[in-house]
Write a protein that binds this ligand. Structure first.
Ligand SMILES: [Zn+2]
Length: 446
């Protein structure tokens, strides 16, 4: 008598993980797990002893020293500004923008510049474990093409200003280009479009009112630098007789679709307002520190129920796109500012860099945590390194010890984009060569 063969299920990819941090709110760290991925989705997840032998997979990864977790969501940046990394340092925000960044962009900005800079950023982000980013920059259509080719996920906040640039001539043109981009990408699996009014001081009332109406009609996000520093507040009080957030409230911009970037200089009643209106805050600690813009009251915002995500901002004010460094900085800064070592614990900092980011971008039903049915945006971080041994609590190890160079594997929509620390879909040598060429040109043109 012959034994019946055990019925095996098919999976595209099978991950054998030493540790899994699901980022599901109530779940702690799981050990010795198997994750099955098919058609870009997590289809099964459970203890190795239960699932071993159940699946036959096209690709199988044995991650014996690794933490497996959701990919990082870098909720704010300007990817092509990688080409200005280190170009203008040690300057306050307005001088940095008006004397260095904007003149350089006026001279160099083009589709080719944006393509080269965004490819460099995508390579850097993927290699350091970011699977989704939110980007605000000129030529968002060019960035979309770079993202599409790379396999990564993005929210493109198409920029809006009052003044003309090479991308558009008027606020109306910026807005119509955004709606056109939205039409073009409305069914794309990995690209979403948002309005990106740059800041309260660069966009006047009428276009902001229009954006409020359109974002509700199209049900898309509004991504905006707000309360970046004290100068912005006093200028608004002189010009409009009120603080920027109050003006945005009057213009009906405050809603769960609003992603408020920076949010330093917050008063108690402004925190209450953000909470009541369901707006999201995107904290950029490195950029805030580097430009000496002030601190974001993360603990008070979270205590009031406001969702706080994390972003690196552009490479010209950080100067890297490294989410592990960013979440560590956020945690340390919170403890120091609150004089309380219990402030922003490791798991909370990891949540800001994953699930909270997904929530801010309106993507939390699809990504941000590892759950059956969610999309397979997953990273593996190899802890077999002197700086991450021994391991008592993988959340603490990641938040306080690990380096982004320990990210070994990255999947987006189930596709392996980084395997054993190497990009699988991009020619890194070419990307770097292109960036060097631009850097040499910009340096020579000064
Ligand atoms: Zn920014």
């Amino acid at each position: 008598m012959t034994e019946l063969p055990l019925l095996m299920l098919h999976a595209d990819t099978l991950l054998h993980a030493r540790w899994v941090i699901t980022m599901q709110p109530q779940q702690s760290v799981l050990e010795h797990q198997i994750i099955a991925i098919t058609n870009g989705q997590i289809v099964d997840m459970g203890p190795s002893k239960d699932l071993l032998g159940r699946y036959m997979a096209g690709h199988e990864y044995f991650l014996d020293d690794h933490v497996v977790m959701p990919g990082f969501v870098n909720a704010h940046g300007h990817s092509p500004m990688t080409l200005l990394r280190g170009y203008a340092d040690d300057l306050p925000l307005r001088s940095w923008l008006e004397q260095k960044i904007w003149p350089a962009e006026a001279q160099w900005l083009s589709e080719n510049y944006v393509a080269a800079g965004s490819r460099l950023a995508i390579a850097e982000m993927l290699l350091s474990g970011t699977t989704t980013f939110s980007d605000m920059y000129f030529f968002p259509d060019t960035i979309a093409a770079a993202v599409d080719a790379s396999g990564m996920r993005v929210q493109l906040a198409s920029p809006v200003f009052d003044f003309p640039t090479v991308w558009a001539g008027s606020a109306d043109e910026y807005i119509s280009k955004t709606t056109r981009l939205f039409d073009q990408y409305r069914h794309h699996e990995r690209i979403t479009i948002a309005f990106g009014p740059h800041a309260p001081y660069t966009v006047s009332d009428e276009p902001l009112r229009k954006i409020a109406v359109l974002s509700e009609e199209l049900d898309i996000g509004i991504h905006m630098h707000i309360h970046e520093n004290a100068g912005e507040i006093s200028e608004a009080q002189n010009k409009h007789g009120m603080r920027p957030l109050k003006r945005l409230k009057q213009l009906e911009l405050l809603s769960p679709r609003l992603q408020c970037v920076h949010m330093t200089q917050l008063l108690d009643d402004e925190i209450r307002l953000l909470s009541e209106m369901g707006a999201h805050v995107i904290h950029c600690p490195a950029s805030n520190l580097k430009l000496a813009n002030g601190d974001c009251r993360v603990t008070d915002l979270q205590a009031a129920g406001v969702n706080v995500a994390l972003g690196t901002d552009g490479s010209a004010s950080n100067n890297s796109l490294d989410m592990l460094s960013e979440l560590r900085l956020a945690a340390l800064l919170c403890k120091g500012n609150n004089n309380d070592a219990a402030s922003l614990p490791a798991k909370n900092a990891l949540a800001m860099a994953t699930l909270n980011g997904a929530r801010a971008l309106g993507l939390d039903s699809k990504i941000g945590s590892l759950e059956i049915g969610k999309l397979a945006d997953i990273i593996a971080i190899n802890l077999n390194h002197p700086r991450t041994q021994p391991v008592y609590d993988p959340c603490s190890t990641l938040a306080y010890s690990a380096a982004s160079a320990q990210v070994s594997h990255v999947w987006v929509n189930g596709q392996a984009l980084v395997v054993d620390h190497k990009l699988s879909q991009m020619d890194l040598v070419q990307v770097m060569e292109e960036a060097r060429r631009w850097g040499a040109g910009i340096a020579a043109g000064i």
